[in-house]
Design a protein around this ligand. Sequence first.
Ligand SMILES: [Zn+2]
Length: 294
Amino acid sequence: MAPSEIAIEPVSGAVTPNAPSTRPSSDVEDTTSNGGGSANGDKSKKRKRRKGSRRSKAAATNEGDEEAAALAAAAKRPKIDLNDKTKSLVPIEGRNPSRRRCGALRKMCGAVRTILECIGEDANRPGLLDSPARYAKALLFLTKGYQQTPREIMNNAIWDDEGHNHHGMVIVRDIEVFSLCEHHLVPFTGKMHIGYIPTTRVVGLSKLARIAEVYARRLQIQERLTKEVANAIMDVLKPQGVAVVMEAKHFCMVMRGVEKTSATTITSSVLGCFERSTKTRNEFLSLLRLEKSI
Ligand SMILES: [Zn+2]
């Protein structure tokens, strides 16, 4: 096992980040962007960041100004491209999606046959003949999130409800999540709890679970998955705040490595009012019946 792998794996029981906020880092952009953003888009993003930063500095002179704090937080948070389709399948096969899929499947079948041979199996024995194709199709399904974007998932289910002033918390808890650890390509599974406090925009509740799915169906680490879901909801809905907590069991810890079958990992990402207000954060956690430990 490489040293870098040891560093990211919890070694005992539940691991909870000490800081209330797991701030987004550049890896958010790395995984959701193929680096192909237009020059104009980049410039306008930079202009927006500079503008946000100037505005927040000016407003911060008024003590206790929550809006200033929110602007400062938004300026610090890297923007993720919500329209991005992260990866194309085997670009050499052209732009036709079905041809790309066929090309990807063909390449993957060859690769899986090679893996079977390398572990000492006979790839031609009857029981394994169709396994490369089955595995390739399964892997494409398990990583289908690369072909989806949070904006297209949520677009038809966002309502402006300006007549009402929403201050109540909306929570969807126990969303089942199945993802693949990017270090070992083995599953990690668990539950995600998503809460937000709307401003004027509300979203269909099932869409919160769909957002979790978009990011879970990619190669992931749990820390980034939690952050990406929170950031996507923050950027599309622009609510007062978002909180995401995830508890998961990692099969790279259960079936190999330290082989701790009962160890679970907890990660959290809180933005906006959940980050600023301990009371709001604790209300969320008490509604989840989790310990007030983040
Ligand atoms: Zn792993």
